[in-house]
Design a protein around this ligand. Structure first.
Ligand code: NI
Length: 178
């Protein structure tokens, strides 16, 4: 079990476009397991590889609330193949934007293709918070944060707060966690 440091915005590493994975190797599986451990520890419901400084198209998601009924997804090269026209508004947060939230509107249902932990091709259709979370994590793979979906005014306000938060972190006034 390993916990990886999570990059906090604003940071140029969160704005990069990630590379597709060619091979699902043991090294990549280790990364996916470490990402899941890091996400549960934070705690969060999703994490994308660029948030831990790896520019590969990998995400992990688990929207279950109960520790006894965990249902994690570890997705390599996720690709949306269908989106519903109906939208769902959801109050989103992000481990890279601690304590910041905003309502974001996204397709309510999606179909998604990806490679699983063993490198096998999968395709699932999903809706609700799981669909929202997958779309949020996939945005990270193209350098997009949830605040990029809201007004510039509100985005600038959140980024200002984060800059202040990071300044406090670096002067050790706030404990670091996740
Ligand atoms: Ni996020």
């Amino acid at each position: 079990m390993a916990f990886l440091p999570i990059i906090v915005a604003p940071d140029p590493r969160l704005k990069l476009t990630c590379d597709p994975v060619i091979d699902v190797t043991d090294e990549l599986r280790q990364l996916m397991d470490d990402m899941l451990d890091t996400m549960y520890d934070a705690p969060g419901i999703g994490l994308a590889a660029p948030q831990v400084g790896v520019t590969k198209r990998v995400i992990v998601v688990d929207v279950t609330k109960n520790d006894d009924e965990r249902h994690p997804y570890q997705m390599v090269n996720p690709k949306i193949t269908w989106r519903s026209e109906e939208l769902l508004d959801y109050e989103e947060g992000c481990l890279s934007l601690p304590e910041q939230y905003a309502q974001v509107s996204r397709p309510e249902k999606i179909r998604i293709k990806y490679l699983d932990f063993d490198g096998n091709a999968q395709e699932i259709e999903t809706s609700g918070i799981l669909a929202t979370c997958i779309q949020h994590e996939m945005d990270h793979l193209d350098g997009v944060l949830f605040v990029d979906h809201i007004s510039k005014l509100r985005r600038d306000l959140i980024i200002r707060k984060l800059k202040k938060y990071k300044a406090q972190l670096s002067s050790k006034k706030v404990g670091v966690r996740g």
